[in-house]
Design a protein around this ligand. Structure first.
Ligand SMILES: N[C@@H](CCC(=O)N[C@@H](CS)C(=O)NCC(=O)O)C(=O)O
Length: 197
């Protein structure tokens, strides 16, 4: 398998972390959506990452579809999103918040750092920033920093890693203590340390 994309993308990184946690052998082509779009278009007509090239050459695009395939390969007892029952519902709830936080952090990045400064729409940027913080507050109340590492925790850590790298002032220190405890626990683990953006 070949994972296409750089770990600076939180969506690529959540796949990279999941591949490692599930012990799935793979390579990675760290192509940039900014400078290497032509090469990404070979795998995804939308020019987006991540894409996953399977051993038979089939390509899966979109991190949710890729993660679904990896969970299927791993089987129900190891899947990072439980296949059924209340566990699945609870993980899905946290995962929706974690992807929402990630989406909004990317919007802040695009608004503040990618647009020509004269086109910055300050109210929109501020609204996205408050959505990131609201999502983190909700997750802080829900997560168990010492609990199982599911796709919700992986996605949350990938989203926060993106924000810490590109928007260091966005997430205040010492506000989301359980989230911070989760980060401190996971950061040194190989799957997370080896994929740092
Ligand atoms: N829903 C997609 C989102 C992927 C996504 O937004 N990737 C960004 C990098 S973080 C990208 O490829 N952006 C380039 C573009 O959309 O043109 C997924 O989960 O894979």
């Amino acid at each position: 398998m070949i994972l296409i994309g750089r770990n600076l993308s939180p969506y690529v990184r959540r796949v990279a972390i999941s591949l490692r946690l599930l012990g799935i052998e793979h390579q990675q082509r760290a192509l940039s959506t900014v400078d290497q779009r032509d090469q990404i278009l070979v795998y995804n007509p939308l020019g987006r990452v991540p894409a996953l090239v399977l051993a038979d050459g089939e390509v899966i695009i979109d991190s949710a579809a890729i993660l679904d395939h990896l969970d299927e390969l791993a089987g129900p007892s190891r899947a990072l999103i439980p296949p059924a029952g209340p566990g699945r519902r609870l993980v899905s709830k946290r995962l929706a918040l974690a992807t929402g936080v990630t989406d909004k952090a990317i919007e802040v990045y695009r608004e503040r750092l990618r647009r020509p400064p004269e086109t910055l729409h300050e109210p929109h940027a501020q609204q996205c920033e408050s959505q990131v913080l609201a999502g983190l507050a909700a997750l802080d109340a829900m997560i168990d920093p010492d609990g199982a590492i599911t796709q919700a925790e992986i996605t949350l850590i990938a989203g926060i890693g993106f924000a810490q790298k590109l928007l260091p002032a966005l997430i205040p220190e010492a506000r989301f203590l359980r989230v911070e405890a989760l980060l401190h626990r996971c950061d040194p683990l190989p799957a997370f340390a080896e994929t740092r953006p």
